[in-house]
Design a protein around this ligand. Structure first.
Ligand code: DC
Length: 220
């Protein structure tokens, strides 16, 4: 029996990495919902639309976007491979802006629910546990202390050759946590029926093991 897994939690807790590992172990598909907001922003910018033009952005999603998301991570929109093009800073900002629009969220949530209806999906993101997949068989609130997330981000940055110091990264993470917990649409908080997994003192593999244990209890 296949189930759906919903993963929520603060930025930098490793939701996406863990979702990929779980998908691999279970033979499930990790649906990258953030990439959907990014694809909308990319396509809207290409059409010269403003990121607060809710009516036309929604019309574009419904009438002009043919979005294909491959389980291998390839994202094709209207025949163009946009997998890398949606990862720029400009698109990150624009995606954050369009994701604030209520009717854009409605359209993408409906799309995500249609895809996940077949079961065998792992979705991660702010609204997954309570809005997109309230009936998911396994719901996880993946967290880690701000200090641990800052240390991980610093290491990642160093590996990529990006400069930055621990204190500034920690400040940014704390600021983002505050902003995310206080925003109007789908603020960051643990759903009542989600299981909290704190990855502060766990490796990525140990974190995946802890979630696999919960998944196995449901599917066995
Ligand atoms: O996870 P990401 O950085 O690729 O997400 C891009 C933007 O979309 C980010 O601003 C958060 C937003 N987002 C959202 O509002 N709801 C989701 N389920 C996923 C992402």
């Amino acid at each position: 029996m296949k189930i759906n897994i919903a993963i929520d939690g603060p930025s930098g807790a490793g939701k996406s990495t863990i979702s990929d590992i779980l998908a691999e172990r279970l033979g499930y598909v990790h649906l990258d919902t953030g990439a959907m907001y990014r694809a909308v922003a990319y396509t809207a910018l290409g059409k010269g639309l403003k990121m607060d033009d809710e009516e036309n952005v929604v019309k574009m999603i419904e009438e002009e976007m043919d979005l294909k998301m491959d389980p291998d991570g390839t994202i094709v929109c209207n025949g163009e491979d946009i997998s890398e093009k949606i990862r720029t800073n400009e698109i990150s900002m624009a995606a954050s802006d369009v994701s604030k629009l209520g009717n854009v969220r409605k359209a993408l949530v409906a799309m995500q629910q249609r895809i996940a209806a077949d079961k065998g999906y792992i979705l991660d993101g702010r609204d997954i546990c309570e809005v997109v997949l309230p009936d998911a068989e396994v719901k996880i609130y993946l967290t880690a202390s701000a200090e641990d997330r800052a240390r991980r981000r610093l290491l990642q940055n160093q590996e990529k050759g990006i400069e930055g110091d621990y204190e500034t990264i920690l400040e940014d993470i704390k600021k983002r946590d505050y902003q995310d917990s206080h925003r109007e649409n789908s603020p960051l908080h643990k759903a009542e029926d989600a299981v909290e997994v704190d990855s502060s003192d766990l490796t990525i593999e140990e974190t995946a093991d802890a979630i696999m244990k919960l998944v196995n209890e449901k599917i066995s």
